[in-house]
Design a protein around this ligand. Structure first.
Ligand code: MRU
Length: 368
């Protein structure tokens, strides 16, 4: 996506790789919207930490980061001994796989790389295959998101008022985003519409990231408190909901996404407002049979008990909001059942959630 940083408009991918220095390049998303900074991550352990600490976040973006982190880790191996290399591969895989549990994209990306490196006969060949595979994953993520935009754009007409939750935008992928891709494609077609961004407590990805992205793109938008959506729906001020997903079960059509998504789906259903989920193929879990078995990340209570912001003096600071003697529960994601979902926007078209399994061959071979 093109973003204007310090007065200069430039195209950025959210995740990139410097082959010469074997470093992963990430936009430091915790500083947005106040500061735009690209950071260099030096080794695979630090790359895993960048995912855990949410320097980079969002399903596709952490998928690409894990893919590059995997290649980075493999590249750091010195020697020709294949048995020792395999031990190293397993260690790199586990470190990155443990970084965050809910989004399936990192696992899908790395399992695919492992299948690919099996074809290599030497350590060097396997290292080269892993890097090419990581680049291919990042390119495919960008292409899939663009295709999601093409299919989803028809849902947005002149005057449509769209609600989105969290950030399933360019920052959550390598480029374009999933939930935002139909918006960017509709904008390219000259349509004028309005987006309500759920603030998305506790980490406020809607207020800080989605709002920043839409402002960068010149799309009309307003941030709303998470609790305001029901009221706006009741007053007829929302026509369409589009969200992303961190893991969608191919067998059942259940959708894990940022905490609060399920609440919005229930509200949309009550008010007969179409509710769509936009996903690339890497977000589909074809194995898991029940939504209840999706690992839901429990994050630190400090995220709920306070908030990060920028002081008037320009310092990034955490302030405590909640009562000092109180603790908090902080589940990061929830699961929305298929009966509340109007359609899943994929790179291969729009499907009913329960149609994913029947269309798996088509979805798995999606190019763009
Ligand atoms: O905790 P995050 O910020 O990594 O959560 C991911 C998300 O932004 C959302 O759940 C999003 O809607 C899906 S990720 C494309």
């Amino acid at each position: 996506m093109n973003v204007t940083v310090r007065g200069r408009k430039r195209h950025y991918r959210t995740v990139a790789f410097d082959e010469k220095s074997n470093e992963v390049l990430l936009i430091e998303q915790r500083l947005l919207p106040h500061e735009f900074k690209v950071v260099r991550i030096k080794n695979y352990r630090a790359t895993a930490r960048a995912i855990t600490d949410m320097i980079v976040r969002g399903a596709g973006a952490i998928g690409a980061t894990a893919a590059y982190g995997f290649a980075q880790g493999l590249n750091a191996f010195r020697g020709k001994d294949l048995a020792k290399f395999q031990v190293h591969v397993d260690r790199v895989f586990k470190t990155l796989a443990d970084a965050r549990p809910t989004a399936v994209d990192p696992m899908n990306a790395m399992k695919d790389l492992i299948r690919q490196i099996n074809a290599g006969e030497s350590v060097l060949e396997k290292q080269e295959i892993a890097l090419l595979g990581a680049h291919a994953f990042a390119d495919e993520d960008a292409n899939h998101c663009r295709a999601i935009g093409r299919h989803g754009a028809k849902l947005i007409r002149n005057g449509t008022r769209v609600l989105t939750h969290c950030n399933a935008g360019w920052l959550a992928f390598v480029d374009f985003g999933s939930a935002t891709a139909p918006m960017y494609a509709a904008q390219e077609k000259g349509r004028k519409f309005h987006v309500f961004c759920d603030e998305t407590r506790p980490r406020a990805q809607g207020a800080s990231l989605t709002a920043w992205e839409l402002a960068q793109q010149g799309i009309s938008h307003e941030v709303i408190a998470d609790n305001a959506a029901g009221h706006l729906m009741q007053r007829g001020e929302i026509d369409l909901v589009i969200v992303g997903s961190d893991r969608t079960l191919g067998r059942t059509g259940e959708v894990a996404n940022k905490i609060g998504t399920y609440t919005k789906a229930v509200l949309a259903h009550r008010h007969k407002i179409p509710f769509y989920v936009a996903i690339p193929e890497s977000t589909i879990d074809w194995e898991l049979k029940r939504g209840i078995d999706i690992p839901i990340e429990d994050r630190h209570e400090s995220e709920v008990l306070g908030a990060w912001g920028k002081t008037s003096g320009g310092r990034r600071e955490y302030v405590r909001i909640a009562n000092h003697a109180s603790g908090a529960r902080n589940p990061g994601f929830d699961v929305t059942p298929p009966e509340l979902i109007t359609g899943i926007i994929t790179p291969s078209g729009i499907f009913k959630p329960r149609e994913l399994w029947r269309n798996r061959a088509k979805l798995q071979s999606a190019t763009d």
